[in-house]
Design a protein around this ligand. Structure first.
Ligand code: COA
Length: 260
C-alpha cells in the first residue's frame, strides 16, 4: 500500500515508521490512523521485520494529537466509533508480537501521547514534552490513554496529567517513568534504534512470549497471570531457539536464533 502520511523504511530487521505530516505537527487524521493500521498489520506478518521504531517527521513534534479539525462537530455516535477505531489500531501496535520503540522528538500530545503509550518502550529527546490536553478541548483522550497512562505511571501521577492537561517535560517524564530514556535530539533515532537492536538480538519467540505474558497478564489476577506465564515458558522450552540459546551459553558461543 502506498502511504500518504507515513514513511516505512526497513533495514536489517528493523522497520522505522515515521508519521509524516510535519505541517500539522504529525496530527493523526483518519487517513493516518488507517495507514498506521495497514502498516502495522503488514509489519506483523513480515518475517524480515523483527522490531519497529515509531517516530514523527520534523524537529518539533512526535505527534501533536488527533486531528482537531476532524474532532470538532462529531456527534456521540461518531465520537464513540472514532475512539473505538483508534483503540483497535493502538491495540494492534501493542500486540504486534515484536518490540516497538517510540522515538519521541518534541510534542507527544493527546493521540500522540497515546501512540507513544501503545509502544513498548519510549525514548525521548531533551526537547520532548508529553501530555493529554484533551480536557482543554472539552474531551478525554480516547485512544486508550485513560487506561494505559495509569497502568504505566500509577493512578495519582496519571490523574494529574489527565486532569490538568498540562505538558510534562522530558526530565519529569523520565522521573515518572512515562519515558524510559532521554537523549539529545540529534541522537534520538540512533539511540532508539540501538535500544531496539539490543532487544531483537534475543530470541524472537522469547520476545513475543514476554510481550504476551506482560500485556496479557497485567489485567488478570496474579495466579491466573502466572499460569499464563508458565504456559508460555513451557511452550518456549519446546522450541529450537531455547535449545540453541541454552546450548550456546554452555558452549561459550553466541546463539543463532531461527525463530522456531
Ligand atoms: N490537530 C490538527 N492540527 C494541528 C494539531 C492537531 N492536534 N496540532 C497542531 N496542528 C496544526 C496547527 O493548527 C498548525 O496548522 P496551521 O499552520 O495550518 O495553522 C500547525 O499544526 C502548527 O501548529 P501551531 O499550533 O502553529 O504550532 P505551535 O508551535 O504554536 O504550537 C502546539 C504547538 C503542539 C502547542 C499546538 O499546536 C497545540 O496545542 N496543538 C494541539 C495539541 C492538542 O490539543 N492535542 C490533542 C488533540 S486531541
Amino acid at each position: 500500500m502506498a502511504y500518504e502520511n507515513l514513511l516505512v523504511e526497513k533495514k536489517d530487521g528493523v522497520a522505522i515508521v515515521t508519521v509524516n505530516r510535519p505541517d500539522k505537527l504529525n496530527a493523526l487524521n483518519g487517513r493516518t490512523i488507517e495507514e498506521l493500521d495497514a502498516a502495522f498489520s503488514a509489519l506483523a506478518s513480515d518475517p524480515e521485520v523483527r522490531g519497529v521504531v515509531v517516530t514523527g517527521a520534523g524537529e518539533k513534534a512526535f505527534v501533536a494529537g488527533a486531528d482537531i479539525e476532524e474532532l470538532s462537530g462529531l456527534d456521540a455516535e461518531a465520537g464513540r466509533a472514532l475512539s473505538e477505531r483508534g483503540q483497535r489500531v493502538f491495540d494492534r501496535i501493542e500486540w504486534l508480537g515484536k518490540p516497538v520503540v517510540a522515538a519521541v522528538g518534541g510534542f507527544a500530545l493527546g493521540g500522540g501521547c497515546e501512540l507513544a503509550l501503545a509502544c513498548h518502550v519510549r525514548v525521548a529527546s531533551e526537547n520532548a514534552s508529553l501530555g493529554t490536553p484533551e480536557v482543554k478541548l472539552g474531551l478525554l483522550c480516547g485512544y486508550g490513554g485513560t487506561q494505559r497512562l495509569p497502568r504505566l505511571v500509577g493512578r495519582g501521577a496519571a490523574l494529574e496529567i489527565l486532569l490538568t492537561g498540562e505538558r510534562v517535560k522530558a526530565a519529569e517524564a523520565l522521573r515518572l517513568g512515562l519515558v524510559n530514556r532521554v537523549v539529545a535530539r540529534e541522537d534520538l533515532l540512533a539511540q532508539a534504534e540501538a535500544l531496539l537492536r539490543q532487544m531483537i538480538a534475543n530470541g524472537p519467540l522469547a520476545l513475543r512470549a514476554t510481550l504476551e505474558a506482560v500485556h496479557g497478564g497485567l489485567d488478570r489476577p496474579l495466579g491466573e497471570a502466572q499460569a499464563g506465564e508458565a504456559q508460555l515458558f513451557g511452550e518456549l522450552c519446546g522450541t529450537r531457539d531455547a535449545r540453541e540459546g541454552t546450548r550456546a551459553f554452555l558452549e561459550k558461543r553466541a546463539p543463532r536464533f531461527e525463530g522456531r
